[in-house]
Design a protein around this ligand. Structure first.
Ligand SMILES: *Cc1c(COP(=O)(O)O)cnc(C)c1O
Length: 228
């Protein structure tokens, strides 16, 4: 692919138009679904046009990469960006992540919840927290098992005093994603949670029809990544 020809702002407009029709079809208002533009691995040159087009919600999967890349962009005149951590979090990075990100989508075990609670108690900033659910119960994948989600949500609230805003999932590659999205929506409803981060470039329209409040689109906005 000729990477110079990628127009991320135009791609984003196209994704938004597709989202709008899919939501109309499902009878959901399109303002109810936010696109998280997943900018991981992409540099400032690729991100800036999307900021200039008015988009403000971005996802990154590595704490270090985001902390190196974003502060100069925010200083370009975009202080109101919402940065969402969508990659696995190590407990030794919890303090930095809690200070830097507006939303952390990948809370998935007591050690992380405890580290985030300690970090949040020592700062003004209150990042919104989502719990990652391993809906496909894949051994190599992060996330709490579906049957343990209610218990973990209760533990986050009661033992660690955390406010949990919602749930996130990444269905197994190759599976029909719809049952995974439906399961996540059901778990959110059962636990009184509003925010649902689900759907990526290949399946965000399905996720939106099944109740996503946030869809995470990388390739569909910024083009292919050269590395993970
Ligand atoms: C990279 C990534 C995405 C975006 O994936 P695309 O298929 O490029 O849209 C979404 N969610 C998570 C957790 C990711 O790591």
């Amino acid at each position: 692919m000729d990477t110079d020809r990628i127009d991320p702002a135009a791609n984003l407009r196209a994704r938004r138009a597709e989202l709008k029709s899919a939501l109309e079809e499902a009878g959901r208002p399109s303002r109810d679904v936010v696109i998280t533009a997943v900018s991981k691995t992409h540099d400032a040159d690729r991100i800036l046009p999307v900021l200039e087009a008015g988009h403000r919600v971005f996802g990154e999967n590595r704490v270090q990469e985001a902390m190196a890349k974003w502060p100069p962009l925010l200083r370009e005149g975009f202080p109101d960006v919402e940065l969402r951590l969508i990659g696995p979090l190590q407990s030794n990075k919890a303090k930095e992540a809690a200070a830097f990100f507006d939303v952390i989508e990948t809370v998935d075990r007591p050690k992380i919840a405890k580290a985030l609670a300690a970090a949040i108690a020592s700062q003004e900033k209150r990042p919104r927290l989502l719990i990652q659910v391993n809906t496909g119960e894949e051994p190599q994948k992060a996330g709490v098992a579906p049957q343990d989600a209610a218990g973990f949500i209760a533990q986050c609230r009661e033992e660690f005093g955390l406010v949990i805003a919602g749930l996130m999932c990444i269905p197994p590659a190759g599976d029909d994603p719809a049952p995974h999205f439906a399961l996540l929506a059901k778990l959110a409803a059962e636990n009184g949670l509003e925010e649902l981060s689900m759907g990526m470039s290949a399946d965000y329209l399905i996720a939106a029809q099944l109740g996503a409040t946030h869809v995470r689109i990388g390739t569909g906005v910024f083009g292919q990544r050269e590395h993970a």
